[in-house]
Design a protein around this ligand. Structure first.
Ligand code: EPU
Length: 445
C-alpha cells in the first residue's frame, strides 16, 4: 500500500515567540551509530533524535545482524551478532551512511558491499575520496551499478592521507579506517566540524588513540580492539541556527534549548551583523531576537569554522527582510539554491548567477553552476494558499520560516524530506505561537 504523504499548513505573518528544544544532531547521531560497530561490546547512545535518518541507519544495522534497541531516544547497539557484510537498502530508504559502513565493516569482514547512496540532491556528491582512502589503507574497491564492493586480504594498514578537500564524510571514513588499522595514520586537510570533534571524543572513549592539532591534521595510532561506550548526542547546531533565523526573520523572540552556543561558531557573528541579537541563558540555552532593523550581508559558505552550507537556506529567508542587497556565494555544493524559485512566488526578489560572487577559492568557478544568489530586500512575503514543495532537507526548514513570515496560508509539501532530519516538527513548533498543522496531502484542495 502506498505510504500516506503529509504536508504542513502554516498560517503566518506574526512574530514567532516562544521556546523550542533542539533535537540531537542527525549528522552526529548516525555517525555514532556506525562507530558503535567498531567495538566488541555494546554502546549506548543517549538523546538520539526520533528522525527518519536514524530509522534508516537503524534498519541498515539490523539488516547486517547488529541488535539495536531504542528506548525513548536511548539507543543500545550491540554489534556482537553482526554476520552479514552485505548492506541492503532498507524499506525506509537510503542516506549517506552506506559509504561510511564500507570502510568500517572492512575491519571485521574480508569483503563488504554497500548500496548506492541516497541523501539530498544538492550536487553531484561523489565518493571518490572515500574510495581512494580505503585503497590507501590496503583495500580494493570495485564500483558496481548497485553500489560499492570492498575487499582486503590482510589487516588494514595505517597510512598518510591528504584529503583534496576537507570533506566531513571522507574524514569520518579515514577515522573509522585508522582507529583499528595497524600502525599510524595521518589525515591531512581533515574536516574539523563540531560533529567530527565529537566523533573523535567518542572513538577515544572506545579506546582509540587519536591526536588533533592546531591545523587540519589528525594523527591516529591504530589499536587492536575497541570497546563499547556511552555517548550523548550533541544538540543540532543547524536546527538551532534555523530557529534563530525564524526569530530574526519574523521579528519574534525564540528561546532555544539543547544547544551549546560554542558549536554555533561564526553563525552568531553573522546573525549579529545583520541585526539579530542573542542572550545566553545557560550552557545549553540561548534566546534569539531581532536587535535592530535588518541589514544586508555578503555570505560565503565554507567548511568549519566558516559559515556552514546548512545554515545558508534559513539565513537567506532572513535576508529577504533585510534593507538592501545581500549576496550568498555557495562554495560547498554546486546545486543548493533549488529552494529560491518558490520563495520568489511568495514575493521574494532573488536571482541566481553562475559567477562566483565572493573571494573564497571555489571549485565551481567557470563550471556553469548557479551557485551564487542575490537577494534584494526587504520584500514582505505573501501567501494565498500557495503550495510549495521542499527540494531538500535544510530547504524544508527554510520554507517553514518563509511560510511563518508570509501573510496568509501556505501549504508545504514533501515534508518527508524535512522529517528525515527533524522528525515531525509540528508539535515542537505548535508550542510557540505559530499556527502550523500536519495534514494528509490528499486533503489539500
Ligand atoms: N566531496 C567529493 N568527494 C568525496 C566526498 C566529498 O568531491 O569523496 C565533495 C562533495 O561533493 C562536496 C564537498 O566535498 O562538494 C563536501 O562534502 P562532505 O563530504 O563534507 O559532505 P558529506 O559528508 O556528504 C555532510 C553532511 C551534510 C553537510 C556536509 C558539509 C551528513 C550526513 N551530511 O555531508 O549535511 O552539508 O557534510 O558540512 O553528515 C544535511 O544534513 O542536510 C547535509 C547535506
Amino acid at each position: 500500500m502506498a505510504q500516506q504523504e503529509w504536508a504542513y499548513r502554516i498560517h503566518g505573518g506574526e512574530p514567532v515567540v516562544g521556546q523550542i528544544s533542539c533535537l540531537g544532531a542527525k549528522n552526529f547521531a548516525t555517525k555514532a551509530m556506525v562507530a558503535a560497530l567498531l567495538a566488541d561490546s555494546p554502546t549506548e547512545l543517549v538523546n538520539c533524535p526520533p528522525i527518519g535518518d536514524v530509522a534508516i541507519t537503524r534498519d541498515m544495522l539490523v539488516a547486517i545482524g547488529a541488535s539495536v534497541d531504542d528506548e525513548a531516544g536511548r539507543l543500545r547497539i550491540d554489534p556482537g551478532d553482526m554476520r552479514s557484510s552485505s548492506v541492503p537498502i532498507p524499506d525506509s530508504g537510503s542516506n549517506r551512511i552506506p559509504i561510511l559502513l564500507l570502510g568500517t565493516l572492512l575491519h571485521r569482514f574480508a569483503e563488504v558491499s554497500v548500496p548506492v547512496l541516497g541523501g539530498c540532491r544538492i550536487g553531484e556528491r561523489p565518493v571518490d575520496f572515500h574510495l581512494a582512502a580505503i585503497e590507501q589503507f590496503g583495500g580494493q574497491v570495485t564500483t558496481t551499478r548497485e553500489g560499492y564492493l570492498a575487499r582486503r586480504t590482510r589487516r588494514l594498514r595505517g597510512t598518510t592521507i591528504t584529503l583534496p578537500y576537507p570533506s566531513v564524510g571522507a574524514t569520518e571514513t579515514c577515522l573509522f579506517l585508522g582507529v583499528l588499522a595497524q600502525g599510524r595514520t595521518v589525515i591531512a586537510n581533515a574536516a574539523i566540524e563540531p560533529e567530527i570533534i565529537e566523533l573523535i571524543t567518542m572513538l577515544r572513549a572506545m579506546g582509540a588513540v587519536i591526536f588533533t592539532s592546531a591545523g587540519r591534521e589528525i594523527r591516529i595510532e591504530g589499536v587492536e580492539r575497541l570497546n563499547g561506550t556511552r555517548m550523548p548526542i550533541l544538540g543540532d547546531r543547524i536546527e538551532a541556527a534555523s530557529w534563530a533565523c525564524l526569530a530574526g526573520a519574523s521579528d519574534g523572540e525564540i528561546t532555544v534549548h539543547g544547544i551549546n552556543p560554542n558549536n554555533l561558531g561564526n553563525f552568531l557573528a553573522y546573525f549579529q551583523q545583520v541585526g539579530g541579537g542573542f542572550e545566553l541563558i545557560d550552557a545549553e540555552t540561548v534566546r534569539f531576537f531581532r536587535r535592530t532593523r535588518l541589514s544586508p550581508a555578503v555570505v560565503e559558505t565554507d567548511v568549519y569554522p566558516g559559515f556552514s552550507t546548512d545554515w545558508q537556506q534559513p539565513f537567506a529567508i532572513m535576508l529577504t527582510q533585510a534593507h538592501g542587497i545581500s549576496i550568498i556565494h555557495e562554495t560547498v555544493y554546486e546545486n543548493r539554491f533549488g529552494y529560491l524559485a518558490a520563495l520568489n512566488q511568495l514575493g521574494a526578489n532573488t536571482q541566481l548567477t553562475t559567477h562566483c560572487l565572493g573571494g573564497l577559492p571555489c571549485r565551481y568557478r567557470d563550471k556553469n553552476h548557479e551557485h551564487s544568489a542575490i537577494i534584494v530586500g526587504p520584500t514582505p512575503l505573501r501567501a494565498d494558499g500557495n503550495v510549495i514543495t521542499i527540494p531538500d532537507l535544510r530547504a524544508g526548514l527554510a520554507y517553514i520560516i518563509a511560510a511563518a513570515i508570509a501573510r496568509g496560508t501556505s501549504i508545504i509539501r514533501g515534508v518527508h524530506l524535512l522529517e528525515r532530519g527533524y522528525g515531525n516538527v509540528v508539535p515542537r513548533l505548535a508550542l510557540m505561537n505559530l499556527q502550523i498543522e500536519r495534514i494528509p496531502c490528499g486533503s489539500i484542495l
